[in-house]
Design a protein around this ligand. Structure first.
Ligand SMILES: Cc1ncc(COP(=O)(O)O)c(C=O)c1O
Length: 339
């Protein structure tokens, strides 16, 4: 059984209600499951990503020379920071946000500047980020859209304008891993010459164990990323999954998600928490000084939610949006621990 600490930082033992990780609530598409099951892995030829890259480029509406398959968004982010950052470069983060951006930039000796959105609504406009970038002259500006853990959306049009406004030697990196879950569908920054779009397929296909994602950037930038990557980084199963994957979520699934997200927010509110409006498949909620105790009490009932202390939000929890049976289990557990 996982320790309480690992539950607080995401991940739940089998049989628990897992609301600490944010995967597509509809599960893995059958075409992706079948492709993984059928994948062959007995020769290096099975690791050739080109067919998958052509397929994903069609799906994303970009030229294949702009797309590189990676071992999850995590590898994409590491390649971006390793290729583009030098010691003492400045990285501007739109916070509070996913901790990997700071960890990877610090590995390179870069200085982190964080522009933090404020509670209770955690809104951050692209124009505020642009003003901050003009003052701090960053090499990279990193925005997660919609943002983990706040669920707030900056929006693709505003981010494209931000990319255009940056100084010539700066790049805008947008982690779009949760963008397919937004309604109405956002275009993203893929194809913009000043932007680097990082996309996890882990979330949208609900396959965290396969390790697959991609990055969209100019061919010249991708050359720089390739120069710092390990050979054969993407597994045969990841290539197989990617060659049938779509980054788009069906309209019916998006409608379900919107309904389930509203229901999750109502359950949290009924338990005395304050949910933040979200465009993502998770909801951030203020639980107050007792947030950690609440996470532990839920864990004793085998319900895993994410305590947000590592995001600098020790009074907040993050709860994944799941179908109605999971919501009922959450509501029952919350009622039990709040009374
Ligand atoms: C915002 C964000 N980006 C990237 C990742 C990692 O994605 P992957 O599993 O594709 O490496 C996560 C994982 O939680 C995440 O929350």
């Amino acid at each position: 059984m996982a320790s309480t600490l690992s539950v607080e930082h995401g991940g739940a033992p089998a049989g628990w209600l897992e609301l600490s990780a944010n995967l597509a609530p509809h599960g893995t598409p059958s075409a992706v499951r079948d492709a993984i099951a059928r994948s062959t892995y007995s020769s290096y030829a099975d690791l050739d990503p080109r067919e998958a890259e052509r397929h994903l480029a069609r799906d994303a509406g970009v030229d294949p020379s702009w797309l590189m398959l990676t071992a999850g968004a995590t590898e994409a982010l590491r390649l971006v920071t390793d290729a583009l950052l030098d010691a003492r470069d400045v990285v501007l983060l739109a916070g509070p946000t996913y901790g990997e951006y700071a960890r990877l930039a610090e590995r390179r000796g870069a200085r982190i500047d964080e522009l933090r959105a404020r509670p209770p609504r955690f809104e951050l406009r692209a124009s505020e980020i642009a003003r901050c970038a003009a003052a701090t002259r960053p090499r990279l500006v990193v925005v997660c859209d919609p943002n983990n853990p706040t669920g707030r959306l900056t929006g693709s049009a505003a981010l494209r304008a931000l990319a255009r406004s940056l100084p010539q030697d700066a790049h805008l990196v947008v982690d779009e891993s949760f963008l397919p879950f937004t309604e109405p569908c956002q275009r993203g920054v893929a194809g913009h010459p000043r932007a680097i779009a990082v996309r996890s397929l882990t979330k949208v296909l609900a396959i965290p164990g396969i390790r697959v994602g991609y990055v969209v950037a100019t061919p010249a930038l991708l050359e720089r990323l390739r120069a710092v990557r390990d050979p054969w980084a993407v597994s045969a199963q990841a290539c197989a999954a990617a060659s049938v994957a779509s980054w788009k979520v069906s309209a019916a699934a998006l409608r379900d998600l919107a309904r389930w997200r509203s229901a999750t927010a109502r359950i949290l509110r009924a338990a005395g928490l304050a949910p933040v409006p979200s465009r993502a498949p998770f909801v951030l909620a203020r639980a107050g000084p007792g947030a950690r105790t609440l996470v532990r009490a839920l864990a004793r009932r085998h319900v895993a939610v994410r305590w947000c202390a590592s995001f600098g939000l020790p009074e907040h929890i993050r709860v994944a949006v799941r179908p109605p049976d999971a919501q009922t289990r959450l509501a029952v557990a919350l009622r039990a621990v709040r009374t």
